[in-house]
Ligand binder design. Structure first.
Ligand SMILES: *Cc1c(COP(=O)(O)O)cnc(C)c1O
Length: 382
């Protein structure tokens, strides 16, 4: 009797590796391992979700016109070229389905977001990881990696987990040299946390006939990771393709309502952003003082090198005993690194104190002083 078999290339596939933390750890008090929004969703988004609860017998709007119109107005885009998805993960997978077939190649960065290779493999494609220079995306190496089989380049700017970012000029030069038939998925999941003037959110490169698309998410600054809302802005060719391959109802009714409300709460977004930028720099400095090797970041997290994989293991255990979860980077091929998300002020202070204890660093006075200095710092409503 012939046996049931899934597609052969699926055997070689490693499913997406989340944090090593278990489901039961999710009740832990201080979760700095998923780059989630430190302040949760905007109260207005919660309100919208509550209101939407009563309409759950209804199918959602297939075209989510309200959300697309609001996004278009906010960013001055064409609503017809926006496609939403169940998180940007959904859109990453849809791009691979629409633009590559078995045996095709997609280029990504060596320490790029680990969802890309997973999605590429599921589509039967071959991920082509390209080396980085000191944890920065190697654009020249990407150009060199192009072959006749290359269909997509995935790059995150800023990048997760390194936190590194590419300047507008470097990106423009890259696009100039890249063959026109290759899709560029410019993943700007952390764009809201950017404070470098010389950064492009990518929309300027999305032309009607173009090959660039920008990916954005409500999972980070809007604090809606649990609801799964992402969106893509691309040329008409890209938008049309995504609209053909996506499920008609790939954005839930409550998700659209909450995302719309979150988008309108500009004050909340601005205070999350201000808090994150301040504490990202404090986190960087503190990791330095503790003798770690942090890398500059424009995300809501900082990557840091420790002495060894054993050192990472000891630190994780030490922090876990204090109810603090951070992310080991072994899954990214960086066994001596950790990634730490920016949390609320009291969470960061607890982390800094624990790091001092772990490393025997004496800078508690420093924290007290900072505490005093920041007494009137504006903060989001929790
Ligand atoms: C977190 C993250 C996303 C967002 O994924 P969602 O599916 O929208 O939650 C996308 N890209 C990168 C690089 C990320 O770090």
């Amino acid at each position: 009797m012939p046996e049931l078999k899934a597609l052969p290339y699926l055997d070689a596939l490693t499913p997406y590796q989340g944090s090593a933390n278990k489901v039961e750890d999710k009740g832990a008090k201080i979760r700095l391992c998923y780059n989630e929004g430190a302040f949760g969703p905007s109260p207005r988004a919660v309100e919208a979700l509550r209101a939407a609860a009563f309409n759950q017998h209804r199918y959602p709007d297939m075209g989510y016109d309200g959300l697309r119109a609001a996004l278009a107005a906010r960013h001055r885009l064409e609503a017809a070229r926006i496609v939403c998805g169940a998180g940007s993960d959904d859109l990453i997978a849809l791009l691979t389905r629409a633009f590559m077939r078995e045996g095709d190649e997609a280029i990504c960065s060596q320490y790029g977001f680990s969802m890309y290779p997973v999605a590429i493999r599921v589509a039967g494609g071959v991920p082509v990881p390209v080396p980085e220079n000191n944890f920065e995306t190697g654009l020249d190496a990407m150009l060199k990696a192009v072959t006749p089989r290359t269909k997509i380049v995935f790059l995150a700017n800023p990048n997760n987990p390194t936190g590194s970012w590419l300047r507008r000029g470097a990106m423009a030069a890259f696009l100039h040299d890249l063959p026109e038939n290759i899709l560029v998925a410019y993943d700007a999941a952390y764009a809201e946390y950017m404070d470098d003037e010389d950064y492009s959110d990518g929309f300027e490169w999305v032309r009607d006939e173009g090959r660039v698309c920008v990916l954005r998410t409500f999972s980070k600054i809007h604090g809606l990771a649990g609801l799964r809302v992402g969106w893509c802005y691309g040329s008409q060719v890209i938008a049309d393709a995504l609209n053909r391959v996506r499920n008609p109802f790939n954005l839930a009714l409550g998700a659209e309502a909450a995302a719309l409300a979150a988008l309108r709460d500009e004050a909340f977004v601005e205070s999350c952003r201000a808090h994150t930028i301040i504490w990202r720099e404090k986190l960087f400095d503190h990791l330095m003082q503790c003798g770690f090797h942090p890398y500059p970041s424009k995300g809501n997290f900082v990557l840091a090198g420790l002495h060894s994989a054993a050192h990472v293991k000891d630190l994780l255990k030490f922090l876990e005993e204090r109810d603090i979860l951070i992310r080991p980077m072994g899954g990214y091929g960086l066994p001596d690194c950790v990634r730490i998300s920016v949390g609320r002020e009291e969470e960061m202070k607890a982390l800094f104190k624990a790091l001092n204890e772990f490393t025997g660093t004496q800078n508690d006075d420093e924290i007290q002083k900072e505490n005093h200095d920041n007494a009137d710092e504006s903060r989001p409503v929790p």
